[in-house]
Design a protein around this ligand. Structure first.
Ligand SMILES: C[S@@+](CC[C@H](N)C(=O)[O-])C[C@H]1O[C@@H](n2cnc3c(N)ncnc32)[C@H](O)[C@@H]1O
Length: 215
């Protein structure tokens, strides 16, 4: 990661905390965990389709592209124009992006605009669920389920214990919102989660959840 990415990230955090939901780009340890369930490097089928939601400055994008090893196609959906600009620059500048034969399609916009057809083998989501309402979180997870080919895999992360730490210090409305998010996340985990892992080296530490949408 260059020096520009953390600066862009902080600027976006101050301007749009609700959608950014973090103070720094994710660590490479979290990035590795996010692609752990991918096919081994270069072994994805040629028509392998990946969707990255909320790539930010691109810490997961780099790991996804490396892991695809020139195969398949990666669609990215990012709501922040600043982050899209940052990614466009990285795609032009960095060898890993310049030289890949994986097709990269970067879209500026809300992921909910993407028509919900079963398209993807793998979805990597960086969305900050804790900043949304339970209804919105449910909407995102349902949308991902509909975008998935049968047996497709979703990986997303949550900051560890953030909801538990917040609970005693916030008002009732916020506590109810947090409890509502937990309910939605637990329901999806019960139905589809195949694995979860803790990544301590990240600001703040994170838990990665792997969900498999069996037909
Ligand atoms: C917690 S940041 C994660 C950024 C990056 N993946 C990382 O780990 O450093 C959340 C990202 O989701 C993006 N985002 C939030 N809501 C979105 C939406 N509805 N559609 C697409 N991107 C969204 C934000 O702009 C931001 O880049």
């Amino acid at each position: 990661m260059g020096v520009a990415e953390p600066v862009h990230f902080l600027r976006e955090t101050f301007q749009n905390f609700r959608t950014t939901g973090a103070v720094a780009p994710s660590s490479r340890f979290l990035g590795s965990a996010m692609v752990r369930a991918f096919p081994k490097r270069g072994q994805a089928p040629a028509d392998f389709r990946v969707l990255e939601v909320g790539p930010g400055t691109g810490p997961f994008t780099k790991q996804i592209v490396k892991r695809l090893g020139g195969r398949g196609r990666l669609d990215l959906w990012e709501i922040s124009p600043l982050f899209v600009e940052c990614l466009q620059k990285r795609f032009k500048k960095e060898k890993v992006f310049r030289e890949t034969t994986t097709k990269l399609h970067l879209n500026l916009g809300d992921i909910m605009q993407l028509p919900a057809k079963p398209t993807y083998d793998f979805i990597v989501s960086g969305l900050p669920f804790n900043n949304f309402t339970p209804h919105e979180v449910e909407g995102f997870l349902e949308h991902f389920r509909k975008l998935m080919k049968p047996g497709g895999h979703l990986t997303y992360f949550e900051y560890v214990a953030v909801r538990k730490i917040q609970k005693p210090f916030v008002g009732k409305a916020r506590r109810d919102r947090i409890a509502g998010i937990e309910k939605v996340v637990d329901r999806f985990a019960k139905a589809y989660q195949v694995r979860s892992e803790l990544v301590p080296i990240n600001i703040p530490p994170a838990r990665v959840r792997h969900l498999c949408f069996q037909p």
